[in-house]
Ligand binder design. Sequence first.
Ligand SMILES: *[C@@H]1O[C@H](CO)[C@@H](O)[C@H](O)[C@H]1NC(C)=O
Ligand SMILES: *[C@@H]1O[C@H](CO)[C@@H](O)[C@H](O)[C@H]1NC(C)=O
Ligand SMILES: *[C@@H]1O[C@H](CO)[C@@H](O)[C@H](O)[C@H]1NC(C)=O
Ligand SMILES: *[C@@H]1O[C@H](CO)[C@@H](O)[C@H](O)[C@H]1NC(C)=O
Ligand SMILES: *[C@@H]1O[C@H](CO)[C@@H](O)[C@H](O)[C@H]1NC(C)=O
Ligand SMILES: *[C@@H]1O[C@H](CO)[C@@H](O)[C@H](O)[C@H]1NC(C)=O
Ligand SMILES: *[C@@H]1O[C@H](CO)[C@@H](O)[C@H](O)[C@H]1NC(C)=O
Length: 529
Amino acid sequence: MQLFLLFGYGALASAYTGSNVPADCDILYQFTGDNGLEAPTKVIKVTSVAANATTGVPAHCYVEAQIDSLGGTTNTVTYLPARGEDWVGTFVSSGCGGSCGATGLDYIYGYGSPLGYGKDALKKGFGDTLSTWGSMRNNIVNKINWAYLSTHLTAVSGKAMVKFYYGTPAKRSLFRGGSTGGRQALVAAARYPHDFDGIITAYGALNQTGIAGLQKVYLSEVSMYPNRTQILSSSDITALNKGALAACDGNDGLVDGYIDLSYRCDFDPIDILCGGDNATSSTNCLSSMDKVTAARGMYGYPSNSFSDKLIPVRFPPGSELSWGMWTTKEGVDTTESSLRNLAFQEALPLNWTLDAYDWDYHPYQLGIMEDIYTADFTGLRLFRERGGKIIHYQGWADASVAAGWTVQLYQKAVEEIGLERLTDFHRMFIYPGMAHIDIHRNENGTVGWRTDYFDYLTEWLDTGVAPDMLVIEHWNMTSLETMGKRPYFAYPKTPKYVGGKCGGPSNPANWVGVIPDETERGEDYPWPN
Ligand SMILES: *[C@@H]1O[C@H](CO)[C@@H](O)[C@H](O)[C@H]1NC(C)=O
Ligand SMILES: *[C@@H]1O[C@H](CO)[C@@H](O)[C@H](O)[C@H]1NC(C)=O
Ligand SMILES: *[C@@H]1O[C@H](CO)[C@@H](O)[C@H](O)[C@H]1NC(C)=O
Ligand SMILES: *[C@@H]1O[C@H](CO)[C@@H](O)[C@H](O)[C@H]1NC(C)=O
Ligand SMILES: *[C@@H]1O[C@H](CO)[C@@H](O)[C@H](O)[C@H]1NC(C)=O
Ligand SMILES: *[C@@H]1O[C@H](CO)[C@@H](O)[C@H](O)[C@H]1NC(C)=O
Ligand SMILES: *[C@@H]1O[C@H](CO)[C@@H](O)[C@H](O)[C@H]1NC(C)=O
């Protein structure tokens, strides 16, 4: 599995007080798909689940089903409010993470609670048959299903199921996904522009082959000795995080543990070499030049004989505490598995190892697989023209999907269709300090980031007024306590602390959105005017 989506959102309780009417869920065993047109579906299991007054989740039918197509299978999980009056007529499909299915159905529970949108929405889980990268080995059907087809089949089958159960079609259809699911979202909008009216896409592995085929290889190489021992220990990584914060945390006018404009933070690990002129501490320091070199590599770009910036993005200062996925032996093993089985059209030998990776050869062999997997913002014309809307978010401190990919795709889209047309249907939010999967890691543990993205999206679809600002709640994932709220502004604006009102940084009124000036922007990420 390449990207892990195991962190749940807290249950978003709603005010459901309806009686626990026993549901006739079993009728769903008679559902067979969309009349054999595109997504023949076999219902495997139906469970009638009682309402829960504590969580506000209404009585619902839980359905596991299989869609068969092209000789491949897509497994789905669906939650249907049992009573028609509990359903507002919205169909929601959720994307999956990593290689999908690797953690089974619990995974779908973990990512956003079932019926997470409260009593009013239909929440549709999504899974597929792929249990490891290995199942994609020389299996083009599984690769295509994972790339995009199962997203579409799930929408077709799910909408048919809704119509079968309630006797009326969904009035609105939404998709939400992060990581692999974030990529699925944009692929869906490009290839099947009629499947969804609104999309929430988060930290998407948009350039899958660029990530799996190059960036992870590079990070594995710079962070390990050839014998696969880690160069940077976890205390080295903590030291680097402290060094980066000391150097750049104040960029946005507030020292608060969240680095903004992190891509232009020019923290150099030599500055924390133990005993060096610049070392500020004898404990939070790097004990050897090997460690400094490895850390510089982690913040750097891969190169080969033809280019010293083979991938034009990097993991910036502030992302350190999430590096563990690539800087450990497990990280290297996953990278090897995805290279052998997923990245190239023809699988590499099972005994192939990263030692055989050739920087002058392999990066140019991604070929057709890149076209199959990759998502970007171009090709969304039909989705845009039929009124589709996209809320897109990502964190600068993400060390699985570099925010830089997303920003550069955004810039490319601005050049192609213009800023006005892009922001008319696509609003992007890049959060300082957020890592992969809606969390922030700091010295004290993990902070969750949440808001009701569906509310923002629904309001946009209802009123036509796009959100300029999202208010995100930060919460302590250990104690579950709320830690305050912060506003985040639509790209290219970034939050700047101005203060002056009560409540400090937790009061959104103490922040304004600003467009950084030229000197603040840095060379890697051109900002649209
Ligand atoms: C309702 O949900 C809560 C929180 O998830 C859970 O602890 C409780 O067991 C549930 N109650 C019932 C009756 O299922
Ligand atoms: C994906 O990444 C590869 C490798 O860096 C690059 O060649 C390609 O242009 C990227 N594709 C897109 C759509 O960004
Ligand atoms: C791996 O290589 C490094 C650097 O040469 C060395 O310090 C370390 O002891 C080696 N570890 C093992 C387990 O061989
Ligand atoms: C100390 O920091 C300064 C400013 O970042 C840098 O120019 C210099 O090279 C550093 N010196 C050492 C020995 O790390
Ligand atoms: C991989 O296996 C093949 C076939 O058994 C063998 O010829 C080759 O030498 C092996 N390669 C490595 C790197 O072990
Ligand atoms: C961690 O907790 C300590 C003690 O409460 C506090 O002083 C410090 O600011 C916290 N660090 C962060 C990054 O919030
Ligand atoms: C979360 O709360 C626990 C218990 O109060 C505390 O020890 C910890 O430092 C907090 N974590 C963060 C990330 O602030």
